[in-house]
Write a protein that binds this ligand. Sequence first.
Ligand code: SAM
Length: 328
Amino acid sequence: MVESSKLMGNMKTSTLEEKIKPSSSPTIPSLVKPNTPLGQLNLDWSEKDLPEKLRTKHVHRLHPYLGKFIPQLVEVFLRKFFSKGQTVIDPFCGSGTALVQANELGINSIGYDVSAFNVLLSKVKTQIYDFEQVTTEINQILDEMYLYKDGTLFEHSKTDDHEALRDNKYLKEWFAPKALNDLLLFLKLIPKYKNKNLLKIILSRSARSARMTAHHELDFPKKPQTEEYYCRKHSRMCRPTDNAFKFISRYCMDTVKRIKEFSEVQNGATVKVLNSDSRFAKVPLFHGVVTSPPYVGLIDESSPFLVEISGMTVTLPLQLYRYSGYVS
Ligand SMILES: C[S@@+](CC[C@H](N)C(=O)[O-])C[C@H]1O[C@@H](n2cnc3c(N)ncnc32)[C@H](O)[C@@H]1O
């Protein structure tokens, strides 16, 4: 959804543009220009035109997020209606897709979201990193995890702040003991590092993967899967996972790779992400809006999955997709 005074100007020409037939071949986002007629756009991309690898390029796959924009769709509208140095706002920025794409094109962006987790994710995606520091820290935290993951720190950490979490009913139900131990160990180590927010996103992504769920139910798990089961995703028998370390180490490496890829296309624009209700936000001057509003009623909000960890709301399982209920 795009709206701007510039767009309103373009709207006047829409009757003319509507007469232009959509191109028979799918639009290539990078070729869209401000003077590309709207009617000529063919956004009916097939998997072949726009494979998953491109839709989830660089930071877009830093963390799963149900219901996000296809980045290339945002790119088309940003190229058509904005130019470098202008400002776009997204009043429901979610996982930050519009902000990331604007950043690629040198367009300044401001995002709002009522969900603290979504704001954290959007910030982590669009931040500029000291890449050497990130790599060193990721290697260090993995080394520490490796040293302690099989128990020593587990004993030690019985007296730490996270003791209460070990007895958390939800965590005990959805995570195998060793997986929970791995996650709490990672959580315990985070405060030692500078790139805390990035590590929190890795923790949340790992927690999502390490739940005892059937692979085919990862998005909407109904109940903990404690026994071996027939997996509809892999068409074979699968076992629920009992460890989180393999996900933590895999996502640590994947995160480093993705933020490096994005750093190569970031284009000097500013990004602001605010944890507020956009209905009441004091919005500065901007050139246009690109947004996708909340999917009211489509997401189950009844799952009591919010877990407070160390003052930070770590969004686990369904809570990842729990929308606020605040609707404009
Ligand atoms: C459909 S999602 C946006 C997804 C986003 N386009 C993306 O690509 O990730 C809608 C978002 O609106 C947020 N939201 C709902 N009501 C809001 C409000 N009044 N102010 C700010 N954000 C709100 C929700 O928390 C949710 O993240």
